[in-house]
Write a protein that binds this ligand. Structure first.
Ligand code: NAD
Length: 290
């Protein structure tokens, strides 16, 4: 029997409405239009459009459609770390700005960790700084990676129980695999994380009640690697030479084995921007940052 398709676009429609209502309420509470700052480092007047430009435009459109403002802060490729940090400090001090996103990748001369830790934890709406990473680790209120929040949202909207379930995450990056491991642990799942050095990957994946894949390799997960009835969440985004976008899971074959599966595109992806906006609209309670 074919798996249930976990339709991210359908969840996104509901979340968009919830966030639009929240934006009306929050803007009225603060007395101005809440603003998300997107910091982009690029060649001035660059002729070509890259993935980061596309993401920036999508995020801007999403923010505006929900009822918050978006400020694009363009910085030159020659910017020094100190100048960059001053620009972030200015955004930290601007009361209208409730969220700051720095588009990656950064020029090689910029120390990413030092830079990202300049963002006030409250405004770090993609959970990239060490304060939020530490808070997540300690089970304290935290801004989290929007991608991980999107995965949790899919699981929750689909009412997939997590308590005691065996979750296998394939991919151990700082932005997806590792924070997701902590978020699922907090929800009482039994979590294993696999990565490029994992030997006999299928030995792990076949045990999963819930299999989450975030690697960036099309076709990595085949149908023989999936336990019948498992929930499969594909975070991967890969553009094939012919322009087709696919995930890391062989969707056509695995949907015949799995109990539920996210498509790519149209699974986790549509929720990621919305999670950035949600974290921009909500406050982080009980956080003291010295
Ligand atoms: P990354 O390159 O930082 O990490 C990849 C991880 O996969 C590493 O931990 C690596 O050890 C592991 N890996 C590589 N080859 C492997 C193999 N053969 N077997 C097992 N593990 C292997 O990547 P990332 O930034 O975490 O992104 C992963 C994927 O998720 C990419 O396709 C990316 O485009 C996508 N992504 C999607 C969203 C979204 O919103 N849907 C957001 C971020 C990333």
């Amino acid at each position: 029997m074919s798996a249930t398709i976990l339709d991210g676009r359908e969840y996104a429609t509901a979340i968009r409405q919830e966030l639009t209502d929240l934006a009306i309420q929050r803007n009225a509470e603060v007395g101005y239009t809440i603003t998300l700052a997107i910091v982009v480092v690029r060649e001035p007047n660059a002729a070509t459009v890259n993935a980061s430009d596309i993401y920036t435009r999508q995020l801007q459109r999403t923010a505006q459609s929900i009822g918050i403002d978006c400020r694009i802060v363009d910085l030159p490729l020659t910017i020094t770390l100190e100048e960059f940090r001053v620009a972030l400090h200015d955004l930290n001090e601007d009361k209208q700005i409730h969220g700051i996103i720095v588009q990656l990748p950064l020029p090689p001369h910029i120390d990413r960790e030092v830079l990202l830790d300049t963002i006030k934890p409250e405004r770090d709406v993609d959970g990239v700084g060490s304060f939020n990473a530490g808070s997540l680790f300690l089970n304290l209120p935290a801004r989290v990676s929007a991608t991980c929040a999107a995965v949790m949202e899919v699981l929750d909207r689909a009412a997939i129980p997590l308590d005691g379930k065996r979750v296998i995450i394939v991919g151990a990056s700082t932005i997806v695999g590792k924070p997701l491991m902590l978020m699922l642990l907090q929800r009482h799942a039994t979590v294993s994380v696999c990565h490029i050095y994992t030997q006999d990957l299928s030995l792990f994946t076949q045990q999963a009640d819930i299999l989450i894949v975030a690697v960036g390799k099309p076709g990595l997960i085949t149908s023989t690697m999936v336990r019948p009835g498992a929930v499969v969440i594909d975070v991967g985004i890969n553009v094939l030479p012919d322009g087709t976008v696919v995930g890391d899971v062989d969707f056509t074959a695995v949907r015949e084995i799995a109990g539920a599966i996210t498509p790519v595109p149209g699974g986790v992806g549509p929720l990621t921007n919305l999670m950035v906006i949600r974290q921009t609209l909500t406050t982080l309670d009980n956080v003291v940052f010295l």
